[in-house]
Design a protein around this ligand. Structure first.
Ligand code: ZN
Ligand code: ZN
Length: 745
């Protein structure tokens, strides 16, 4: 027998081998094997069975080893890897390496331990006799009889205070069975703080939820590929719809992937999901998959899924590659989250890959969000996705009241640049008196890169691209990093003449200082990536907050996602403008999403919530539509702008970054390359640039970039990849291609 193997050896080729007699494990497409290349051994995935005609068979080398007796990449995943390789211009070997956890590739040993279980129950007479002679054996036997599963020997003996001689005696009597079993290292299993377990009982559905469940159930019954977009306002009970859909898929014998953004994978969410999912499918366990797993935990989870022992996985982005068998349903919660995009090679988007995997497996993909990405919403409008809407909050709770504070007026009143408006301070004060809690959000991304006039709210935008221009301090220039247009940075606001256009923004620390000064009695905690470097610290603070030991929590978006704090009745957004004026055509979309998600944090219990949004540009559409969480209104307005500028979702955008130590050389080659693309692909792509990146230099490497707009990624990217491979790049220039980037910074 001959096989073609994709080796994981840093190149992208199919090599052929023969299968020697000594290999007894079955070899199929997707098997993980070890093969000789030159003078060393490499891992590889079997890509095809057989060899080309007229192949010199006698020259073939033999496969050295088959690592698992089942395909490490089931057919749908191998097919997905091929699609990703072509779509994202990444080597197939790098995709396969991303799909297979390191622990699986390294083949680290399976942890085994001795387990005990009862094989035969003695009669009452025998029991009585044994009781007299060996009471300790009876103690162990009675304990084991009460267990449903085999028990770990060392743990049981320690717990009952018995020696190994006792269990050996029972084994000898033929009453107890001792076996070696794989130890399951279950992520977060020992991690749930007591008293924080959330009820795992199914809730009663309201009419809208029931209709949504019925729609998804009908989709599942068709056993064909389909995508549904579940657009439900915050608090409308989307999770319950997901769980019912998962229930249906599991009961029909199918497998399920449930994706959530990494930040939402707190021990509480995991515990709640797992207990519900395991209640749905008794005897099956729910595998948890995220970046903090140990190698052992990851391997165990992977094995459980690959062998069919477990059929459901909940996890962050990379869980989309879990080897779930007979995949029926993929749920992508918070599908609009940019965190689904991987920002290193291969630069894939978890949501888009989920849709493609569902297609290859003829499964259903259920995307859910309170603020769907405009890409998904446009697909729903075009009839490609089925739109399911939840317009009511469960228990008909009210959406919080949103107050917009105009910081321009506040600046005049306070005669200084305010970090906290009077309105927000008063509201915080009232919460303190009523012993309710406050969350203050600060969004720091992309701070001083845009110019914002704090007098009139004006920002400098590119006339051609409708995105904020980037301020380059080094040479005092404003540049558009899409088209490269530039002009000197103004000293005064071009609209109102005020010098306040050089506003630098507010930092978390400064806000914290102000809050401490103004509300000295409040218990305050700050939570951002600087203070939360430790995972445990993050959980500790959340746990204290939930227990009511903190009055005011200040932080970045990381505190917003997937967390329920019933006692939070006030949410303040310190500076809504920051996300609105980042140089990105998605700036408005991000701001709207942020505002709606943040507002959804207030008043989740039985108390009404209040949201205070501070901004220099209260008239902006993202802010006005968010006041009533009017997603439809916002989407219509924003999609019109996207259409006018022919931005995604109407076309695809591809980013090409060039890096090198010599700026002149870099510029020269980027321009030569752009000329080549113009000549070869000019009919299929629109180029912008090349131009210097917004951050021109990182670690002594200069950066240039080029943007491609296109209607069809699949007609363009493979061509770009081919031209790139043939182009005479100097050794000191590296480049990165990012298809459908979510972040233009
Ligand atoms: Zn101005
Ligand atoms: Zn421009």
């Amino acid at each position: 027998m001959m096989v073609g193997v994709h080796p994981l050896a840093g190149f992208d080729k199919l090599l052929h081998y023969k299968v020697p007699e000594s290999v007894s494990d079955p070899i199929v497409v997707g098997s993980l094997v070890r093969v000789p290349i030159m003078n060393s051994f490499h891992l590889g995935i079997v890509g095809e069975i057989g060899a080309p005609k007229n192949f010199p068979l006698d020259k073939l080398k033999p496969i050295a080893q088959v690592l698992y007796p089942f395909p490490a990449l089931p057919p749908d995943l191998l097919e997905l890897a091929r699609w990703m390789s072509s779509y994202y211009a990444a080597g197939l070997d790098s995709i396969i390496e991303t799909m297979l956890p390191a622990a699986v590739r390294n083949g680290i040993g399976l942890k085994q331990d001795k387990y005990l279980s009862v094989v035969k129950r003695p009669s009452p007479e025998e029991y009585a006799a044994l009781e007299k002679r060996a009471p300790q054996q009876v103690k162990l036997l009675r304990f084991l009889e009460q267990q449903f599963r085999p028990q770990k020997k060392s743990l049981v003996l320690a717990r009952l205070g018995l020696t190994a001689a006792v269990s050996s005696a029972l084994v000898k009597r033929g009453l107890v069975h001792e076996e070696l079993r794989r130890v399951e290292r279950i992520a977060y299993d020992d991690d749930v703080e007591s008293g924080e377990l959330v009820a795992s009982q199914p809730h009663v559905l309201n009419a809208e939820q029931a209709a949504a469940v019925a729609t998804v159930t009908a989709e599942l019954a068709r056993e064909k590929f389909g995508v549904s977009l579940l657009h439900g306002i915050t608090g409308s009970g989307k999770t319950e719809v997901y769980l019912r859909a998962i229930d249906t898929a599991l009961k029909s014998g199918g497998g399920v992937v449930f994706l959530v953004p990494e930040v939402a994978l707190t021990p509480q969410t995991v515990a709640r999901l797992r207990s519900r999912l395991e209640a749905i499918a008794p005897g099956h366990r729910c595998v948890v998959w995220h970046s903090h797993l140990s190698e052992g935990e990851r391997l165990d989870g992977w094995l459980a899924l690959a062998t069919g022992e477990a059929r459901v996985v909940v996890g962050a982005r990379s869980a989309i590659f879990a080897p779930v068998r007979n995949l029926r349903l993929i749920v992508v919660d918070e599908e609009h989250e940019p965190a689904y995009k991987q920002d290193e090679t291969p630069r894939y988007h978890g949501r888009d890959v989920a849709v493609m995997r569902a297609k290859l497996s003829q499964a259903i993909c259920l995307l859910g969000s309170a603020t769907p990405s405009l890409e998904s919403f446009a697909n729903a409008q075009a009839g490609k996705y089925q739109l399911i809407e939840l317009r009511q909050r469960v228990d008909s709770r009210k959406l919080p009241h949103i107050d917009i504070v105009d910081l321009r007026i506040e600046a005049l009143k306070q005669r200084t640049m305010p970090s906290l408006s009077r309105k927000l301070l008063d509201a915080m004060h009232a919460r303190l008196e009523r012993r309710e809690q406050t969350i203050l959000f600060i969004n720091r991304r992309g701070y001083s890169s845009a110019m914002l006039c704090t007098k009139c709210g004006h920002t400098e935008e590119c006339a051609h691209c409708s995105i904020a221009m980037t301020y380059h301090r080094a040479d005092e220039m404003l540049r558009c990093h899409l088209c490269g247009d530039q002009k000197p940075a103004p000293l005064r606001c071009p609209k109102c003449g005020a010098p306040e256009i050089r506003w630098k923004g507010l930092g978390t620390q400064r806000v914290e200082e102000t809050v401490r000064r103004m509300l000295p009695k409040a218990r305050i905690e700050r939570m951002d990536t600087d203070t939360m470097s430790k995972k445990n610290r993050f959980r500790e603070v959340l746990s204290q907050f939930r227990a009511g030991k903190i009055d005011i929590l200040i932080g970045t978006q990381m505190i917003g996602k997937g967390l329920d704090f019933p006692n939070v009745t006030l949410v303040g957004l310190i500076d809504a403008d920051i996300s609105m004026h980042i140089p990105d055509f998605r700036a408005n979309e991000r701001t709207f999403q942020l505002l709606v998600q943040v507002a959804g944090r207030a008043g989740r219990g039985d108390r009404a919530g209040e949201v205070v949004v501070q901004t220099f540009t209260p008239q902006a559409e993202a802010i006005q539509f968010s006041r009533h969480a009017d997603y439809g209104g916002f989407a219509a307005a924003e999609l019109k702008i996207r259409k006018d500028f022919n931005y995604p979702p109407y076309r695809h955008l591809i980013h090409h970054l060039f890096r090198g130590p010599n700026p002149e050389k870099l510029k020269f080659f980027a321009e030569q390359w752009a000329k080549l693309i113009e000549k070869e692909l000019g009919d299929r792509v629109e180029l912008r640039g090349p131009s210097a990146s917004p951050i021109e230099k990182i670690k002594d490497e200069y950066r240039w970039q080029l943007w491609y707009f296109t209607n069809s990624v699949t007609k363009v990217v493979p061509e770009i990849a081919r031209l790139r491979a043939d182009f005479a790049w100097p050794d000191d220039i590296t480049q990165v291609i990012d298809v459908d980037p979510v972040n233009l910074m």
